[in-house]
Structures are given as structure tokens and as C-alpha cells.
Design a protein around this ligand. Structure first.
Ligand SMILES: Cc1cc2nc3c(=O)[nH]c(=O)nc-3n(C[C@H](O)[C@H](O)[C@H](O)COP(=O)(O)OP(=O)(O)OC[C@H]3O[C@@H](n4cnc5c(N)ncnc54)[C@H](O)[C@@H]3O)c2cc1C
Length: 686
């Protein structure tokens, strides 16, 4: 596929640099040469693919200067992609930090009013509005926002401490942050400073306000991070040209080794990055494959997508309506973190594609979750009490509120996910593929069923059932849904296919009033174009894809059992409208993403290393065997709409060697080799 070679040059002369003296003003002036003398502008030509830089900032007050910086850069460097990590955390709690951050957002004011009140350009205001529409919430972990058509990725953390930083993997033996910016009131601890240094590139500086300079300098001693006055957004692009002190160098290396060693069982960034014109092959164009193509296109990394069917979203992702809400558990678990972040990311993806002009039927009308027997009621209670959920994620409602929210008589108390709702999955898949194709970074191969993949030298080749061959590819991603285990290389992956039938019922009687998605023993969506979706069956018979009368009746029975005293479902005429699909389910409900484990090699090594403390150490320290260049994105189960888009973006970040929006602990839970490695590193038998 032809890809434009990019020239990352300022639109003016190569030596032109802009610098704002006042961080809240976006006026640009020529930077005095004297100020810039010891520094040079970060050389874009040296970046991966010559087009990405990564900045990390600490403090809730950092948001505006960063967005001002971006509004300048995006014009000067039309092909530049910026990765921002914002630790908006100088307050005691996440909620407090978020309040400070939100005070910068337009919050319903008109663009003009906010722009004039805050002296912001309309460009900054529109970025703020985009951020606000993406619903930043006071939840744990990273919230990823892809803004400005994919050119600006903002990873928002509402906390900052050494434990969090330790979780963030570096890329191989290097860091990835081009410069740090310190705008928080409290000073960093020594442990935090070392982790900041570990994640920084060797030439990175720490920029701060002049008033903090001497205090920070005393803490930064030996870290290797040079302190530079932050005198405006352009300063963030400056970097001092000094060699790292030997102590700093040794310390960083030791920390990086430690961090890499922790990830030995969980392969990450093992393959080198690709050239800007090398395509990544993706098998599958469901939620997983199409979202991956989109995430890669945003990174200007070409892909070639192979799909058995005529169009994207015709397998499991082909339903008319799918419920979108997080799967939560009573325990404080990685699953909760993933689902909260993933569900919000999916909402952002849908909103952004719709804003870009794609027609994706959806309604963020909320999801009402009620129990239907003692066990399920107890479970929902435990979930509600398990944590201090953000009220926009989940809140308890009594049966009166439930009735009011649903528009139908609901006699149960329950849980309400206010930001949830439904989306048409196939429209989401088609929009994502179309976006990627129109951006010229994706070649979509319809009706191309891949029957075999083979490794020849250092490349993968794909053979289609009609005899065509495709390749060579250095990286190949299997996003093939229920067929994930159909190829010998991945046949041992622990995921199982389950058939499901969703009934499509014409709206009628009391059902017309339904306003939210209902979820109990089954689910029921509000009508779209006069049809509700009701489902879904769950049958371990993935080969049988024909319509089933039995499952159609079961779907109706589930609604009757969920709301036994209500009359709005009495006499419901079902018809035979239905759709059958197969979901690929993992036992622990985590998706699978990352390099494909070489299970055969793993089993061979296991013959020599098992059951002893030494063998546990061996598995902890030795890179787990993988199929080089082969990746997996799947196991999305019954909630793929909530996790698929984020899972795809995580994998795209890994494939392009960019910072990930998840820490090492969660990465371990997502790795396709987890079932084996979690036992082996504890010295347990397989
Ligand atoms: C009945 C049912 C109801 C559901 N309801 C919901 C819901 O309400 N909410 C929710 O979040 N999730 C729901 N899900 C789950 C969700 O739909 C899935 O998690 C998601 O669609 C999986 O996406 P995927 O891309 O992994 O797989 P799929 O959508 O199945 O895509 C697989 C792709 O791979 C291609 N492919 C496979 N093998 C090959 C090959 N050899 N060569 C070329 N192409 C190949 C296929 O053509 C297809 O494009 C439901 C699933 C089902 C079945």
C-alpha cells in the first residue's frame, strides 16, 4: 500500500522556534537565541518513524499549558503525533484532583465565552471540549483520550506515586519520555524521582517553574534529569545536550533491568518497530480487528486486514444492538480497572467516529441491572458495596427510580450504569475500517479466508482458501474471534467458543416506553427502528449456526423470569427475527492480547524445569517462548464492546513501541500465556 513519506519540518524555516513567555498566553514570539543556546529542539528525524514525541507532566495545572503547546505544534508540524502523560495529582484524592482539572474544562459554556474568559484560543477550547465529552472520571488507573483526530493521545492519571510509576513498563532498555514537566505543588519523593528517570530518555530534562527550581534541584541530584525553567510551551521541546553522569546512568540501567526482568514471563516490546511503509497483517474485521486497524491508522502505521466475509462486523460483532456497560466485581480487581477504563474508551471511540461523520446507531441511555433470584441479588449488592464507585460508573437505584429510568414497571431495586447504553456493533466495525481505509493506512481484503499461516525466514506468509498468498509480513495479528484457535500456532490457547442467539422483536404494547437497556437474566434494548434486541442464549455448540426456536423461546422466558410481576412483557409476540453469533470466551473474563505463546516450546522446556524453587526462578527470569512476530487479540467474550477498542489500542501501542495505558500487573492478566506462566512462576505443575 502506498504510504506518504512524511517530512517533519516546521512549516517555516527549519531553525524557526517559537516560545511563549507566558504559559497562559498563546502568543508566539521568536525565542531569544541566548536562552536556547545550551539546548536543541528535539530532533523529530530521530523519533520512531520520525513523527512522535512523548511528554509527561505532573500537576492538575499542567493541562492548559500542554494543550496550548499542542495548539502551536499541530500547526508547525502537520504530521507530528504527540503522546502526553498527565499525572493530574497534586491533591489528596482522585476526586479532588479531578475537580481542579475539571475547573479548566468548558463545562457547558459557549466556546466564545470560555475562550474570552480564560484567554484561550478556540483551538484550545475545542480540545478541552473534546476532553470533557470523553468524560474524565475519578477512577483508578489510566484514562486514555485520543484527541484531535488521533494526533494527540492523552493518558490521564489522577494519581502520582512511585508504586504507579513502577508499574509502567519502559521500552526495552530505554525510557520513552522526551521531557518531564513538574507543575505540582508538593515535591516528588526520591523514589518517584528515580522512577521518573527510568521512564525518561537519556537526554530528557525536567522542566519546572523558576520558583521550584532550587528545591527540585536538590532532590534531582544524580537522577540525570536536568532542571530547566519552564517558560512556556515551546520549552517542552527543548532538550539539553549533555552526557548522563555515570552514577545516573548506572542507576537508570539497574532500574530498567529490574523492570524488564519483571516482564520476562510476559513478553512485551520484544519485536523491533516497523518502517513507516511496512504493513501489519490483521486476520479479522470484527470489533477487535477493525479497532486495531483504526488504532494503527492513527499512528500512521499501515495494516492489511483480511476478512472471510464481504464486510466488517459480520461474525460475532454483527448484531443490531449490543449492550455497552462495564463488567464489575465486588473485589478490588484488575478486571474492574480494565472494564471501567475500557468501557469509557469505547464510548469515546463511538463519539469520535460519529463526530467524524460516520453513521453509528447508538444511545447512551444507561443500563439498568437488576437481580432475578437470591443469588443474583446478593451478587449485585456485593458489587455495589464492594467499592466506592464513581456515581457515573454505577449507582444503586430503588424500584421507583428504576421504573422512572426504564419507563417500564420494574419491581426490583438494582444498579444503574448512567453512562452505559447500546451501540450497533456492525456499524462500529464498518466505521472503524472505513476510517482506516480512508486515511490510506489500511488495505481491506474482503472475502479472503485465511486457511494457513507459515513462517519463512523472519516473515509470515498467509494462504487463502482460494489459493492466493499474502506476505511477507514481519508482524501478524490474529483477531479472528471464534476462529482464534483454528490455526495450529494458537490451537492451545485457553478460550472456548459459545454460540448465542439474539432475538429481534418488533416493538409493541408497553415495550414502546422502554428508555434504558435492561439487564437481568437476559438483556433487552430500547427499540431502534422499531426493533428491540433480546437475548442472548449461551450454548456450547459453536458449529451449529442455524436459527433455533428453542433459544428464541428461552430468550423470552429469561425476560419473564427477570420481571415476573410486570405485565409489559405479557403476550409479547416474538416472531422468528434473530441473529446467531459465536463469542470466544476466556475463563477469567480478561481478553487476550499480546504475542502468541509458543506452547510447544514452552512444554518442551517444562520437561526440564518444573516443581522446584529453582524452576520457579527459571520461569520468572527467562523470557517466555513466543512465536516471533505473531500476536493475538481476542477472547473478548460477551462484553467485547466494552473491552475490544481499548484492547486494540493497547496492542497498537505495543506494536508501535509507544507507552501503554495499562501497568505491568494488568498486562500480565491480558497476556495470552497467562494460564501457563502464572503457574510456572510459582513453581506449580501445569
Ligand atoms: C449473541 C451475542 C450477543 C452479544 N452481546 C453483546 C453485548 O450485548 N455487549 C457486548 O459488549 N458484547 C456482546 N457480545 C460479544 C461481542 O459481540 C464480541 O465480544 C465481539 O463481537 C468479538 O469481536 P471479535 O472481533 O473478537 O470477533 P468477531 O466479531 O467474531 O470477528 C471475527 C472476524 O474474524 C474473521 N475471520 C475469522 N477467521 C478468519 C480467517 N481464517 N480468515 C479471515 N478472516 C477470518 C471474521 O470474518 C470476522 O471478521 C455478544 C456476542 C454474541 C455472539
Amino acid at each position: 500500500m502506498p504510504v506518504k513519506q512524511e517530512q517533519l519540518r516546521p512549516s517555516g524555516s527549519e531553525n524557526t522556534q517559537t516560545c511563549s513567555q507566558n504559559p497562559t498566553s498563546v502568543e508566539t514570539t521568536q525565542a531569544p537565541t541566548a536562552t536556547l543556546a545550551p539546548y536543541q529542539q528535539i530532533r523529530f528525524g530521530d523519533k520512531p518513524f520520525g513523527r512522535q514525541i512523548c511528554l509527561a507532566a505532573v500537576g492538575s495545572e499542567a493541562l492548559l499549558p500542554l494543550l496550548q503547546l499542542w495548539s502551536q505544534l499541530r500547526q508547525d508540524y502537520p504530521k507530528l503525533v504527540l503522546q502526553l502523560l498527565l499525572f493530574a495529582a497534586d491533591k489528596d484524592s482522585r476526586a479532588e484532583s479531578l475537580k481542579v482539572l475539571q475547573s479548566k474544562l468548558p463545562l457547558g459554556q459557549t466556546t466564545e465565552a470560555t475562550a474570552s474568559a480564560e484567554h484561550q484560543t478556540s483551538e484550545v477550547i475545542s480540545l478541552l471540549a473534546e476532553l470533557q465529552a470523553g468524560k474524565p472520571l475519578a477512577i483508578p488507573g489510566c484514562q486514555r483520550f485520543v484527541l484531535d483526530g488521533g494526533r494527540l493521545t492523552l493518558d490521564l492519571y489522577l494519581e502520582f506515586d512511585a508504586t504507579l510509576l513502577k508499574e509502567l513498563p519502559g521500552v526495552n532498555h530505554n525510557g520513552w519520555i522526551d521531557n518531564w514537566l513538574w507543575l505540582a505543588e508538593p515535591l516528588p519523593s526520591q523514589a518517584e524521582v528515580w522512577q521518573m528517570a527510568r521512564l525518561a530518555k537519556d537526554y530528557a530534562s525536567l522542566l519546572c517553574l523558576p520558583s521550584k527550581r532550587s528545591a527540585l534541584a536538590s532532590i534531582m541530584v544524580n537522577s540525570g534529569l536536568n532542571i530547566v525553567d519552564f517558560n512556556g510551551p515551546a520549552a517542552l521541546l527543548l532538550t539539553q545536550q549533555t552526557e548522563l553522569e555515570p552514577i545516573a546512568k548506572a542507576e537508570r540501567l539497574a532500574l530498567r533491568r529490574q523492570s524488564n526482568a519483571r516482564l520476562a514471563p510476559w513478553p512485551l516490546y520484544r519485536e523491533s518497530t516497523l518502517a513507516a511503509d511496512e504493513s501489519i497483517a490483521i486476520i479479522g474485521a470484527g470489533v477487535a480487528g477493525s479497532q486495531l486497524a483504526l488504532s494503527l491508522a492513527e499512528r500512521h502505521q499501515p495494516s492489511q486486514v483480511f476478512c472471510s466475509e464481504e464486510n466488517a462486523g459480520q461474525s460475532a460483532s454483527g448484531n443490531r444492538q449490543g449492550a455497552l456497560y462495564p463488567l464489575l466485581t465486588p473485589e478490588t480487581s484488575e478486571l474492574n480497572t480494565l472494564f471501567q477504563q475500557g468501557f469509557l474508551f469505547s464510548r469515546r471511540r463511538i463519539t469520535a467516529l460519529v463526530a467524524a461523520g460516520f453513521d453509528i446507531a447508538h444511545d447512551f441511555c444507561g443500563v439498568l441491572h437488576t437481580g432475578f433470584d437470591e443469588r443474583s441479588r446478593t451478587r449485585l449488592n456485593k458489587i455495589a458495596e464492594g467499592q466506592n464507585w464513581h456515581p457515573d460508573i454505577l449507582r444503586r437505584v430503588n424500584n421507583f427510580e428504576a421504573t422512572e429510568l426504564a419507563g417500564l414497571d420494574i419491581k426490583e431495586d438494582g444498579l444503574f450504569y448512567p453512562l452505559g447504553g447500546w451501540v450497533c456493533p456492525r456499524a462500529l466495525c464498518r466505521a472503524a475500517i472505513q476510517y482506516a481505509v480512508e486515511s490510506t493506512y489500511c488495505d481491506f481484503q474482503r472475502r479472503t479466508h485465511i486457511s494457513e499461516i507459515s513462517r519463512e525466514g523472519s516473515h509470515w506468509w498467509l494462504s487463502a482458501t482460494d489459493g492466493r498468498r499474502f506476505g511477507p509480513f514481519k508482524k501478524l495479528v490474529l483477531a479472528s474471534g471464534a476462529s482464534l484457535t483454528a490455526l495450529p500456532q494458537t490451537s492451545a490457547l485457553p478460550a472456548s467458543p459459545f454460540r448465542g442467539q439474539v432475538s429481534e422483536v418488533a416493538t409493541q404494547g408497553g415495550l414502546r416506553a422502554l428508555k434504558t437497556v435492561l439487564c437481568a437474566k437476559g438483556y433487552l434494548t430500547p427499540a431502534w427502528e422499531g426493533i428491540h434486541c433480546l437475548g442472548a442464549s449461551y450454548v456450547k455448540d459453536p458449529e451449529q449456526l442455524a436459527y433455533s426456536d428453542v433459544e428464541q423461546r428461552e430468550n423470552l422466558q429469561k425476560i419473564a423470569m427477570s420481571y415476573p410481576d410486570a405485565d409489559w412483557h405479557q403476550g409479547l409476540v416474538m416472531g422468528q427475527g434473530a441473529r446467531v453469533g459465536v463469542r470466544m470466551v476466556t475463563r477469567d473474563h480478561f481478553p487476550m492480547l499480546g504475542q502468541a505463546p509458543d506452547v510447544e516450546a514452552l512444554m518442551q522446556v517444562y520437561q526440564q524445569h518444573q516443581h522446584t524453587p529453582e524452576s520457579a526462578r527459571y520461569w520468572q527470569q527467562t523470557p517466555a517462548p513466543v512465536h516471533p512476530g505473531l500476536y493475538v487479540l481476542g477472547g473478548l467474550g460477551s462484553r467485547g464492546l466494552s473491552t475490544g477498542p481499548l484492547a486494540a489500542d493497547i496492542l497498537a501501542s505495543e506494536l508501535c513501541h509507544q507507552p501503554l495505558p495499562v501497568g505491568s500487573t494488568l498486562l500480565q492478566r491480558l497476556n495470552p500465556n497467562r494460564m501457563w506462566m502464572r503457574k510456572l512462576i510459582k513453581g506449580k505443575a501445569l
